[in-house]
Design a protein around this ligand. Structure first.
Ligand code: C2E
Ligand code: MN
Ligand code: MN
Length: 403
């Protein structure tokens, strides 16, 4: 199958006009042999390369290029089947786009059209991506810092259980694993999320699935009393986040009062309580959800949209309702450092939240590269195995990056 692959990368050294010409000649010869076409753009710091050809040659070439020491920070922007090649005769010309930066688009297109020997078609994504590159419409990643071995934080949740604190349990006698949400710049734990666990460390899904349907919502709500009791016993100096199904807040008329009451009983300030509701649940039960949110806010409890980006109507939900916090789903977060589409989505969500005063939290951060990128995109709060794993009935140690 014929495909087009576009990636962006950062040059590891400066390329002069001569270097660039030599590189282009070299690539042209090699690509002619492999029946690959494309174009290489350079803006003094970054490369943007378009590769076109049969997938069985383009994919291995890209895998090979990833290891080329002349560039780093490789971000895949597009890899799609195409009907026909756009740079077939061009093979692999290299263009220095620095002079083009301030030019009107029509002029760039005329120049490049002449160079590429064909009519420039702006309605194709390839040309639009090239234009965005010339205009510099992306942010620089922060410089690389190797601050700790990623393997270090890989010990399992159970490894900590022996050290956990035995505290009084609340009304349901259930356990929670606590996972910090960290502000890495300030080196501060801003919140702790309480994650439901069964008596033998079972997952929340397993615990909830084992309940009879008529007890599910009551249990979900009442168990939060145990989470509050735990946070209070640990004297946490931050927010406490708990997860609830929207129906758990509405099937009981006094659900919000119950939460406030539990805070009072255990000595936890209820304004330090935040309820997380998944995007999926919020959308499928929108009226229930909005109703519940109304009651929570009226009583001083904060609300977060959980797993944002995993559901199917994220933006229309935000048009009608703005939470205090928004947690980016791990499927958007993981691999963001190397994925052009994820980067574009995350940037737009950050911008949206910034304008509306919503705090963004990136969930499921497991790699230094992703954390660095998210930080450069303006995100300050992170939750993930890179910093701390959930810890049964206690607060785990946090692996802080150096200042
Ligand atoms: P969630 O609210 O999105 O919680 C975060 C989940 O991601 C947790 O899974 C946590 O262990 C996991 N996680 C944290 N950091 C990382 C990471 O770096 N990489 C990966 N791969 N995973 C990470 P857990 O504890 O299995 O919880 C799953 C879901 O169950 C939660 O997702 C939440 O939606 C739900 N849940 C948890 N407790 C409750 C509860 O009391 N009531 C209800 N209704 N749902 C709950
Ligand atoms: Mn959650
Ligand atoms: Mn989540």
């Amino acid at each position: 199958m014929l495909i087009q692959l576009i990636y962006r990368s950062r040059a590891t050294r400066h390329f002069s006009a001569d270097d660039l010409r030599r590189l282009s000649e070299d690539l042209t010869v090699r690509n002619k042999r492999a029946e690959i076409g494309g174009v290489l753009l350079y803006d003094g710091t970054y490369f943007l390369q378009v590769l076109e050809g049969q997938e069985q040659v383009v994919d291995p070439l890209f895998a090979h290029l990833r290891k080329d020491p002349r560039h780093s920070d490789i971000v895949l922007l597009l890899r799609d089947p195409i009907y026909r090649t756009r740079f077939h005769d061009f093979r692999m010309g290299a263009l220095d786009v620095r002079q083009a930066k301030g030019m009107p688009t029509t002029e760039i297109l005329a120049q490049w059209g002449a160079l590429l020997g064909r009519i420039w078609q702006r309605d194709h994504r390839c040309e639009r991506i090239m234009e965005a590159f010339v205009r510099g419409r992306w942010q620089d990643p922060t410089p690389s810092v190797a601050w700790f071995s990623e393997a270090e934080s890989q010990d399992a949740e159970q490894a900590h259980t022996d050290k956990s604190l035995q505290v009084q349990v609340g009304p349901c006698q259930v356990h929670f694993a606590l996972q910090p949400i960290v502000h890495t710049r300030a080196q501060r734990i801003t919140s702790v999320e309480a994650l439901l666990r069964g008596p033998a460390g079972e997952s929340p899904q397993a615990v909830l699935a084992a309940l009879p349907a008529n007890r599910l919502h009551e249990f979900d709500l009442k168990s939060k009393g145990d989470a509050i009791a735990l946070a209070a016993a640990l004297q946490l100096d931050c927010m406490l986040s708990v997860n609830l199904l929207p129906m758990s807040l509405l099937s009981n008329d006094n659900a919000v009062e119950f939460l406030v009451e539990q805070c009072r009983t255990h000595g936890w300030n209820h304004e330090q309580l935040l309820v997380e509701i998944t995007e999926e649940e919020a959308i499928t039960h929108l009226d229930t959800f909005l109703n519940a949110v109304h009651k929570l806010r009226a009583s001083g409890i904060q609300v977060a949209i959980d797993d944002f980006g995993a559901g199917h109507a994220g933006l229309s939900l935000l048009a009608d309702f703005q939470p205090d916090k928004l947690k980016l789903d791990k499927r958007l977060v993981q691999g963001v450092a190397a994925s052009g589409p994820r980067q574009a989505i995350v940037r737009s969500v950050v911008e949206f939240c910034f304008c509306l005063g919503i705090t963004v939290i990136a969930e499921g951060v497991e790699s230094v590269a992703d954390w660095r990128w998210l930080q450069s995109a303006g995100i300050r709060r992170f939750q993930g195995f890179l910093f701390a794993r959930p810890h049964l009935q206690g607060l785990p140690p946090v692996a802080w990056p150096p200042h």
